[in-house]
Design a protein around this ligand. Structure first.
Ligand SMILES: C[S@@+](CC[C@H](N)C(=O)[O-])C[C@H]1O[C@@H](n2cnc3c(N)ncnc32)[C@H](O)[C@@H]1O
Length: 230
Protein backbone atom coordinates (compact mmCIF):
# COMPACT_ATOMS: atom_id res chain seq x y z
CA UNK A 1 0.00 0.00 0.00
CA UNK A 2 1.38 3.40 -0.89
CA UNK A 3 0.71 6.11 1.57
CA UNK A 4 0.45 9.83 1.14
CA UNK A 5 0.13 11.86 4.30
CA UNK A 6 1.02 15.36 5.24
CA UNK A 7 2.57 16.33 8.52
CA UNK A 8 1.88 19.20 10.85
CA UNK A 9 4.82 21.27 12.04
CA UNK A 10 4.36 19.82 15.54
CA UNK A 11 4.58 16.24 14.25
CA UNK A 12 7.67 17.09 12.18
CA UNK A 13 9.31 18.70 15.24
CA UNK A 14 8.54 15.66 17.39
CA UNK A 15 9.95 13.22 14.85
CA UNK A 16 13.06 15.27 14.32
CA UNK A 17 13.58 15.40 18.12
CA UNK A 18 13.48 11.58 18.21
CA UNK A 19 15.90 11.40 15.27
CA UNK A 20 18.36 13.78 16.90
CA UNK A 21 18.20 11.91 20.22
CA UNK A 22 19.00 8.64 18.46
CA UNK A 23 21.70 9.96 16.16
CA UNK A 24 23.41 12.20 18.72
CA UNK A 25 22.40 10.82 22.15
CA UNK A 26 23.21 12.86 25.22
CA UNK A 27 25.51 11.47 27.88
CA UNK A 28 22.50 11.21 30.21
CA UNK A 29 20.73 8.87 27.78
CA UNK A 30 20.94 5.32 29.23
CA UNK A 31 21.47 4.05 25.66
CA UNK A 32 24.31 6.50 24.99
CA UNK A 33 27.02 3.87 24.43
CA UNK A 34 24.98 1.77 22.02
CA UNK A 35 23.49 4.65 20.03
CA UNK A 36 26.83 6.42 19.66
CA UNK A 37 28.52 3.21 18.53
CA UNK A 38 25.68 2.55 16.09
CA UNK A 39 26.14 5.96 14.48
CA UNK A 40 29.87 5.37 14.08
CA UNK A 41 29.37 1.88 12.61
CA UNK A 42 26.71 3.01 10.14
CA UNK A 43 28.79 6.05 9.22
CA UNK A 44 31.68 3.77 8.30
CA UNK A 45 29.48 1.30 6.39
CA UNK A 46 27.55 3.98 4.50
CA UNK A 47 30.83 5.63 3.47
CA UNK A 48 31.95 2.34 1.98
CA UNK A 49 28.84 1.97 -0.21
CA UNK A 50 29.99 2.95 -3.69
CA UNK A 51 28.03 5.41 -5.80
CA UNK A 52 26.75 8.95 -5.61
CA UNK A 53 23.08 8.52 -6.51
CA UNK A 54 21.80 5.79 -4.25
CA UNK A 55 18.34 4.29 -4.11
CA UNK A 56 17.77 3.70 -0.41
CA UNK A 57 15.02 1.68 1.26
CA UNK A 58 14.45 2.33 4.96
CA UNK A 59 12.40 -0.47 6.53
CA UNK A 60 10.93 0.63 9.83
CA UNK A 61 11.40 4.23 8.66
CA UNK A 62 8.70 5.85 10.78
CA UNK A 63 11.48 8.19 11.79
CA UNK A 64 14.86 8.23 10.09
CA UNK A 65 17.77 9.08 12.34
CA UNK A 66 20.43 7.68 10.02
CA UNK A 67 19.28 9.30 6.78
CA UNK A 68 21.59 12.32 7.22
CA UNK A 69 24.58 9.96 7.14
CA UNK A 70 24.00 9.49 3.39
CA UNK A 71 24.59 13.22 2.84
CA UNK A 72 23.80 14.29 -0.71
CA UNK A 73 24.30 10.81 -2.19
CA UNK A 74 20.59 9.92 -2.18
CA UNK A 75 18.75 9.60 -5.48
CA UNK A 76 15.59 8.27 -3.90
CA UNK A 77 14.68 7.35 -0.34
CA UNK A 78 11.71 5.06 0.27
CA UNK A 79 10.56 4.70 3.85
CA UNK A 80 8.42 1.68 4.62
CA UNK A 81 6.77 1.01 7.97
CA UNK A 82 3.67 -0.64 9.39
CA UNK A 83 2.81 2.70 10.99
CA UNK A 84 2.16 5.75 8.91
CA UNK A 85 3.81 9.05 9.73
CA UNK A 86 4.40 11.94 7.37
CA UNK A 87 7.82 10.44 6.68
CA UNK A 88 6.53 7.02 5.56
CA UNK A 89 6.10 6.48 1.81
CA UNK A 90 4.83 2.91 1.89
CA UNK A 91 2.77 1.31 4.64
CA UNK A 92 3.76 -2.34 4.48
CA UNK A 93 5.38 -5.14 6.43
CA UNK A 94 9.03 -5.84 5.84
CA UNK A 95 8.05 -9.47 5.28
CA UNK A 96 6.16 -8.51 2.09
CA UNK A 97 7.80 -5.47 0.56
CA UNK A 98 5.85 -3.95 -2.35
CA UNK A 99 9.06 -2.97 -4.11
CA UNK A 100 10.21 -4.43 -7.41
CA UNK A 101 13.15 -6.82 -7.45
CA UNK A 102 16.75 -5.67 -7.81
CA UNK A 103 15.78 -2.02 -7.46
CA UNK A 104 17.55 -0.86 -4.32
CA UNK A 105 21.24 -0.10 -3.85
CA UNK A 106 21.18 0.22 -0.10
CA UNK A 107 18.61 -0.97 2.38
CA UNK A 108 18.57 -0.48 6.07
CA UNK A 109 16.55 -1.91 8.83
CA UNK A 110 17.52 0.10 11.85
CA UNK A 111 16.33 -1.08 15.21
CA UNK A 112 14.72 -3.73 13.31
CA UNK A 113 15.14 -7.43 13.15
CA UNK A 114 13.69 -8.10 16.54
CA UNK A 115 10.39 -6.55 15.42
CA UNK A 116 9.69 -9.01 12.61
CA UNK A 117 7.42 -11.94 13.34
CA UNK A 118 9.15 -13.70 10.42
CA UNK A 119 12.75 -12.44 10.33
CA UNK A 120 13.93 -14.98 7.76
CA UNK A 121 11.12 -13.96 5.42
CA UNK A 122 12.06 -10.28 5.89
CA UNK A 123 15.67 -11.12 5.07
CA UNK A 124 14.55 -12.91 1.87
CA UNK A 125 12.51 -9.86 0.88
CA UNK A 126 15.47 -7.54 1.34
CA UNK A 127 17.62 -9.92 -0.71
CA UNK A 128 14.99 -9.85 -3.48
CA UNK A 129 14.72 -6.06 -3.74
CA UNK A 130 18.46 -5.36 -3.57
CA UNK A 131 20.46 -4.84 -6.75
CA UNK A 132 23.37 -7.19 -7.24
CA UNK A 133 26.12 -5.89 -5.01
CA UNK A 134 23.59 -3.88 -3.02
CA UNK A 135 24.21 -3.39 0.65
CA UNK A 136 21.97 -4.10 3.60
CA UNK A 137 22.53 -2.74 7.09
CA UNK A 138 20.68 -3.55 10.20
CA UNK A 139 20.79 -3.92 13.92
CA UNK A 140 19.49 -6.89 15.83
CA UNK A 141 18.95 -6.55 19.52
CA UNK A 142 20.60 -8.65 22.16
CA UNK A 143 19.45 -6.26 24.86
CA UNK A 144 16.67 -6.24 27.44
CA UNK A 145 13.19 -5.99 25.99
CA UNK A 146 11.98 -2.41 25.60
CA UNK A 147 8.53 -2.70 24.05
CA UNK A 148 6.00 -5.49 23.80
CA UNK A 149 6.07 -5.39 19.98
CA UNK A 150 9.57 -6.90 19.93
CA UNK A 151 9.49 -10.60 19.04
CA UNK A 152 13.10 -11.84 19.04
CA UNK A 153 16.64 -11.54 20.35
CA UNK A 154 19.67 -12.46 18.23
CA UNK A 155 23.07 -14.00 18.76
CA UNK A 156 25.74 -13.71 16.03
CA UNK A 157 24.84 -17.27 14.98
CA UNK A 158 21.17 -16.31 14.74
CA UNK A 159 22.02 -13.36 12.51
CA UNK A 160 24.12 -15.54 10.20
CA UNK A 161 21.26 -18.02 9.95
CA UNK A 162 18.75 -15.26 9.26
CA UNK A 163 20.99 -13.79 6.54
CA UNK A 164 22.10 -17.09 5.08
CA UNK A 165 21.02 -16.06 1.55
CA UNK A 166 23.62 -13.31 1.60
CA UNK A 167 27.25 -13.91 0.81
CA UNK A 168 29.30 -11.57 2.97
CA UNK A 169 28.08 -10.81 6.43
CA UNK A 170 29.89 -8.53 8.83
CA UNK A 171 28.76 -8.36 12.42
CA UNK A 172 29.93 -5.51 14.61
CA UNK A 173 29.18 -5.48 18.32
CA UNK A 174 27.92 -2.11 19.48
CA UNK A 175 29.38 -2.47 22.93
CA UNK A 176 31.93 -4.63 24.67
CA UNK A 177 30.78 -6.93 27.47
CA UNK A 178 31.74 -4.28 30.01
CA UNK A 179 29.90 -1.65 28.00
CA UNK A 180 26.88 -3.94 27.95
CA UNK A 181 26.96 -4.30 31.71
CA UNK A 182 27.33 -0.54 32.08
CA UNK A 183 24.34 -0.05 29.83
CA UNK A 184 22.28 -2.53 31.84
CA UNK A 185 23.22 -0.66 35.05
CA UNK A 186 22.32 2.65 33.41
CA UNK A 187 18.94 1.29 32.41
CA UNK A 188 18.37 0.05 35.96
CA UNK A 189 19.28 3.42 37.44
CA UNK A 190 17.20 5.27 34.87
CA UNK A 191 14.24 3.06 35.62
CA UNK A 192 14.64 3.37 39.41
CA UNK A 193 14.85 7.16 39.30
CA UNK A 194 11.82 7.49 37.05
CA UNK A 195 9.83 4.94 39.02
CA UNK A 196 10.62 6.40 42.43
CA UNK A 197 9.72 9.90 41.19
CA UNK A 198 6.45 8.47 39.91
CA UNK A 199 7.00 9.92 36.43
CA UNK A 200 6.21 6.78 34.54
CA UNK A 201 5.50 3.16 35.31
CA UNK A 202 8.25 0.77 34.17
CA UNK A 203 5.95 -0.76 31.54
CA UNK A 204 7.88 -3.33 29.64
CA UNK A 205 11.48 -2.85 30.75
CA UNK A 206 12.66 -6.37 31.41
CA UNK A 207 15.94 -5.75 33.15
CA UNK A 208 16.85 -9.31 33.93
CA UNK A 209 19.06 -9.72 30.84
CA UNK A 210 22.24 -7.67 30.62
CA UNK A 211 23.08 -6.24 27.21
CA UNK A 212 26.38 -7.75 26.20
CA UNK A 213 26.41 -6.99 22.51
CA UNK A 214 24.30 -5.56 19.72
CA UNK A 215 25.10 -6.25 16.12
CA UNK A 216 25.05 -4.61 12.75
CA UNK A 217 25.25 -6.54 9.53
CA UNK A 218 26.33 -5.67 6.09
CA UNK A 219 25.68 -7.83 3.11
CA UNK A 220 26.73 -7.94 -0.53
CA UNK A 221 24.30 -10.37 -2.18
CA UNK A 222 26.07 -10.48 -5.54
CA UNK A 223 29.12 -12.13 -4.15
CA UNK A 224 27.49 -15.54 -3.87
CA UNK A 225 30.71 -17.55 -3.75
CA UNK A 226 32.38 -15.67 -0.93
CA UNK A 227 32.42 -17.40 2.42
CA UNK A 228 30.39 -15.94 5.25
CA UNK A 229 32.58 -14.49 7.96
CA UNK A 230 32.00 -12.79 11.28
C1 LIG B 1 12.44 1.15 17.05
S1 LIG B 1 11.66 1.70 15.60
C2 LIG B 1 13.06 2.15 14.63
C3 LIG B 1 12.89 3.44 13.95
C4 LIG B 1 14.13 3.96 13.20
N1 LIG B 1 14.30 3.27 11.92
C5 LIG B 1 15.39 3.90 14.01
O1 LIG B 1 16.37 3.30 13.60
O2 LIG B 1 15.44 4.49 15.08
C6 LIG B 1 11.17 0.19 14.78
C7 LIG B 1 10.24 0.49 13.61
O3 LIG B 1 9.93 -0.72 12.93
C8 LIG B 1 8.54 -0.68 12.57
N2 LIG B 1 8.10 -2.06 12.35
C9 LIG B 1 7.76 -3.00 13.28
N3 LIG B 1 7.42 -4.16 12.69
C10 LIG B 1 7.56 -3.96 11.35
C11 LIG B 1 7.35 -4.79 10.20
N4 LIG B 1 6.93 -6.05 10.32
N5 LIG B 1 7.60 -4.26 8.99
C12 LIG B 1 8.03 -2.97 8.84
N6 LIG B 1 8.24 -2.13 9.89
C13 LIG B 1 8.00 -2.63 11.13
C14 LIG B 1 7.88 0.01 13.75
O4 LIG B 1 6.63 0.56 13.41
C15 LIG B 1 8.92 1.08 14.08
O5 LIG B 1 8.69 2.29 13.38
Amino acid sequence: MVCCTSMTRVQRTELSKIEQTRLYPRLTNPNFLVLRARRLIFERWIKSVPGTSLRVLDIGGRYQPYRPLFGNRIKSYIACDILSTGLVDVVARGESLPVRGEHIRCSDLHAGFEYFGQPIEASAQVHRVLKPDGVFMSVAAFAPRFVDEECWRFTPGGIRTTLSQFSAVEIAPETSSIGGLLRASNLWLHWLVRFSWGQKSPRSYDLSLPELACTGTRVRPSDEQRPVHG
